[in-house]
Write a protein that binds this ligand. Structure first.
Ligand code: 13P
Length: 252
């Protein structure tokens, strides 16, 4: 059975002191652990300090992006090796906000995925359709293109170090979450497609998170769907109580 995985994507929020307090509250609330994998993904400047807060606890650290080179003349960018160096276990790649505002293409996302895996990070790969895509019945075609492009030349062994987050763009930060059935349908499609790309066993073991307005009051029904293996939480991850309630909704 796949272990549920709840990750908090803090996006461009917090200052160092409240980020540290938030991480400390999550650590405290989680205690010695549960049968759920938990990670927090703070902004770059706070990673090293929050690494100290979560060190030796059952909360893992993730970053929100990376550049697909180890070092070099890439002003303003952060390499996967640097993220490992400061204590990250995970990196979010291909978030819709990066695709939308920073024009990350599937090819660029794929390059980042390869670089992150090579550096030893586990990747949370985000995919998801816009409202226009859904209204025009293109959801599966868009997910297909994102999966095919972002997973190009990824082996089944590499896929074992990956998580896919299905985040419908229309549900992000809007308060309108996908219904449990919409989420289940999309997740089942993703798993079928990944099976074609990387094999049945790898697809079966793959953790697929849902993201988009996950809150304490809708988490349990979403997480009860057979192919929903966790959540990538934005807004609600900024309040320790809400985030911990979502984690508890994933405990079996
Ligand atoms: P919200 O939970 O704020 O809708 O954000 C979801 C998200 O984008 C997580 O990566």
């Amino acid at each position: 059975m796949r272990k549920k995985f709840i990750a908090g994507n803090w996006k461009m929020n917090t200052r160092s002191i409240d980020g540290e307090l938030l991480a400390a509250d999550v650590v405290k609330g989680l205690g010695s652990g549960s049968n759920v994998t938990v990670a927090v993904c703070p902004p770059f400047p706070f990673l090293a300090r929050i690494a100290q807060v979560v060190k030796g606890t059952s909360v893992a650290l993730g970053a929100q992006n990376c550049y697909p080179k180890d070092d070099g003349a890439f002003t303003g960018e952060v390499s996967p090796a640097m993220l490992v160096d400061v204590g990250c276990a995970y990196v979010i790649i291909g978030h819709s906000e990066r695709r939308q505002f920073f024009h990350d293409t599937n090819d660029f996302v794929n390059a980042k995925v390869h670089a992150a895996l090579k550096a030893g990070l586990q990747v949370i790969l985000c995919i998801g359709e816009t409202l226009d895509d859904r209204k025009s019945n293109r959801t599966e075609a868009v997910l297909d293109a994102q999966l095919t492009g972002s997973l190009a030349k990824i082996t089944s062994v590499e896929l074992a170090k990956m998580v896919i987050a299905y985040e419908p763009v229309w549900a992000i930060g809007t308060g309108v979450n996908a219904t449990p059935q919409q989420a289940q349908d999309a997740h089942a499609f993703v798993r079928r497609r990944v099976a074609q790309l990387c094999g049945d066993a790898a697809a079966h073991a793959l953790v697929i998170q849902y993201g988009g307005s996950v809150k304490p009051d809708n988490a349990a029904t979403l997480l009860n769907q057979p192919d929903v293996d966790g959540a990538l939480v934005g807004g609600a991850s900024l309040k320790a109580d809400d985030f911990l309630a979502i984690v508890r909704a994933g405990v079996r």
